[in-house]
Design a protein around this ligand. Structure first.
Ligand code: UTP
Length: 289
């Protein structure tokens, strides 16, 4: 069994839910306190044993490439000023992994973005897929998913319990529980009406992808809006392979939405050694106008 060492992270989306800020700053580069969204996602992958990170980027996401590269000018200025701890902060991510960048010329959907990276996988190689805007705080969920893959040798999606009408924005699974927090998926319904949702378990942006899913992606026709969707490939793969859903524990934030991004800032801000206490006090005393 070949170990999983690669993660594909598509970051070429338009970020329309968070415009106009994302017009010039990639949403993956929005800060959560003092680190960009993508920092947390890559860190989780690396803490899970991933060594090769393949970003699918676009022309407007260059700052993301620079973030994971060495900034000589800044480093030598910090050296001159003797700012050792800041130097460590700007250097650490440059050595976490091997970084590869492929381009998606036009935003033709998250599934199309993954297809741009598929040539970097060996035949039959399984890999991790993570969306560039879905942050989970807590023990690395991808590490737990890789462990499950080692046992089940099949695609795995991360799911979260979603309460109320918010479920209508998710791919929702139906399935049979086969182990604690693990479901064998029978079907997936995309963005169901609340009353038609087959469960409360919505799929979030952490996956283990196998060659069966890649094959289903290659066969995908674009949806009516022209996009190729990863969720459709997952749904189609269900007839060829078991697909599992892992219900993780941890706090997850959809940082591609305004609310999710602000919530992530509050959650991480409260944990921050420097500002946590003051932020807590501020929130407790806050009176809206
Ligand atoms: P999202 O749906 O969260 O991102 O895609 P988006 O398309 O940028 O969002 P909105 O709805 O316009 O606000 C999931 C992931 O897939 C990437 C996104 O960057 C995100 O990480 N993606 C999406 C691509 O790389 N290419 C695409 O064509 C679409």
């Amino acid at each position: 069994m070949k170990k999983i060492t690669k993660a594909i992270i598509p970051v070429a989306g338009l970020g329309t839910r968070i415009l106009p800020a994302s017009k010039t700053i990639p949403k993956e580069m929005f800060p959560i306190v003092d680190r960009p969204v993508i920092h947390y996602i890559v860190k989780e992958a690396v803490e899970s044993g991933i060594r090769d990170i393949i970003f699918v980027t676009s022309s407007t996401k260059r700052s993301l490439e620079d973030y994971f590269d060495v900034n000589c000018e800044l480093e030598s200025a910090l050296v001159k000023k003797g700012k050792k701890s800041q130097l460590e902060l700007v250097r650490e991510m440059t050595t976490w992994a091997n970084y590869y960048f492929v381009r998606q010329g036009e935003p033709r959907g998250d599934g199309d973005a993954i297809l741009r990276a598929r040539r970097l996988l060996a035949p039959d190689e399984a890999c991790v897929v993570m969306w560039g805007d879905d942050v989970i705080i807590g023990a690395p969920v991808i590490k737990q998913m890789i462990k499950l893959w080692e046992k089940y040798q099949a695609p795995i999606v991360a799911v979260e319990e979603i309460t109320g009408p918010a479920i209508e924005k998710y791919g929702v699974i139906a399935g049979k529980k086969v182990a604690p927090n693990l479901y064998h998926i029978s079907h997936i319904i995309e963005k169901p009406k609340l009353e038609e949702a087959p469960s409360k378990l919505g799929i979030v942006g952490h996956y283990i992808m196998t060659s069966e899913v890649v094959d289903a992606l290659i066969e995908q026709e674009p949806a009516p809006d022209g996009e190729i969707r990863f969720s459709h490939a997952l749904r189609d793969a269900l007839v060829k392979t078991p697909v599992y859903a892992y219900r993780f524990s941890g706090q997850r934030f959809d940082c591609g939405s305004k609310l999710g991004w602000i919530q992530a800032n509050i959650a991480m801000g409260l944990k921050d050694k420097e500002i946590g206490r003051d932020l807590k006090k501020y929130l407790a005393e806050f009176k809206p106008d």
